[in-house]
Design a protein around this ligand. Structure first.
Ligand SMILES: [Fe+2]
Length: 243
C-alpha cells in the first residue's frame, strides 16, 4: 500500500500480520522501518516485488523497538545486507531474540531469531539513507529502547515547497479512526521494561515537538492529517487511563 511518494506499507495489519512494516523507496535501495513478526519476511518480499522494488537491495532496517512483532525479521534482512539500527535500550532484546514467557507479567513468550545490531544509538541521531534524512529520537516507555523516526519525503518537494513530514512512531500509540471518538490506541504494557514514568516524559516531549503531516505507527492505520492533535489526544488518554 503506497502512503506517500516514497513510503509504502509492506506488511502488518492489512496483510493480517502483526506489526506494520514501512518501506522507503530510494534510487538504489530500500530502507525498512521495522520488520514485522517472524513469519512476515515472505509478505514483505512479495510486497516489495509488487511495488517494483523487488530488484533493489534492502540496505537499512530502522527499528522502532525490539519486540518480536517489529524486530521479528531483523536477522533475515541483516543476512541479506541490511544495516540494522536500534536504540540502545532495546539492543539486548535484539541480541537475545525477545523475551521468554517467564519474563512478562502475562506469562507470554515473545521470541524471534536473535540478531546483532549494526548501529546502536543513544541520543537524537540523524541517519542518512541515500538523500533521505531520518532523525531518530529515543522515546522510552513502551520499552526502554523505543524510538521515533522523523523524515521529510524529499520526493514530494515542488516549487520550493518541502515534502510532507513523516513520523514513524512504533508502538507508543497507534491510530484507528474506525473505533470511533476514542481513536487513539495506547501501547501494550506487558513488556518487562515498560515504564510509565518514562512514557509520560516521552508523550510530553512528543506533544510539544512533533507536528507531522503523516503518522505511521507500529499497528493500526496510517494517519494523513491532524498529526499534532492526535499525538496530544494520545498523551491525554495516557494521563487519563494509564496513570
Ligand atoms: Fe511493542
Amino acid at each position: 500500500m503506497q502512503i506517500t511518494k516514497s513510503v509504502y506499507l509492506v506488511s502488518g495489519a492489512p496483510y493480517d500480520l502483526l506489526g506494520n512494516v514501512w518501506a522507503i523507496r530510494g534510487e538504489k535501495g530500500v530502507a525498512l522501518v521495522d520488520s514485522g513478526e517472524p513469519p512476515a519476511a515472505e509478505t514483505i518480499e512479495e510486497s516489495l516485488r509488487f511495488w517494483g522494488m523487488g530488484g533493489l537491495p534492502v540496505t537499512h532496517l530502522f527499528l522502532t523497538h525490539g519486540h518480536a512483532d517489529h524486530a521479528g525479521c531483523a536477522l533475515y534482512f541483516r543476512k541479506k545486507g541490511a544495516k540494522t539500527v536500534v536504540q540502545e535500550g532495546d539492543a539486548h532484546w535484539l541480541r537475545e531474540g525477545g523475551f521468554a514467557a517467564d519474563r512478562t507479567p502475562y506469562g507470554e513468550g515473545w521470541t524471534y531469531p536473535p540478531c546483532e545490531p549494526d548501529i546502536v544509538f543513544r541520543e537524537k541521531t540523524v541517519f542518512a539513507f541515500e538523500d533521505f534524512r531520518l532523525t531518530a529520537y529515543p522515546l522510552p516507555g513502551h520499552s526502554d529502547g523505543s524510538a521515533f523516526y522523523e523524515m521529510e519525503d524529499i520526493r514530494e518537494r515542488s516549487d520550493g515547497r518541502k515534502g510532507r513530514t513523516v513520523l514513524f512512531t512504533g508502538d507508543t500509540f497507534s491510530f484507528d479512526r474506525e473505533t470511533g471518538e476514542d481513536h487513539v490506541v495506547l501501547c501494550w504494557r506487558g513488556s518487562p521494561d515498560y515504564d510509565p514514568v518514562k512514557l509520560k516524559e516521552s508523550f510530553d516531549f512528543a506533544a510539544q515537538r512533533f507536528s507531522p503531516d503523516v503518522i505511521l505507527s507500529g499497528h493500526g492505520m496510517p494517519l494523513l492529517r491532524n498529526g499534532n492533535a492526535v499525538i496530544r489526544a494520545a498523551a491525554r488518554k495516557f494521563l487519563n487511563t494509564y496513570r
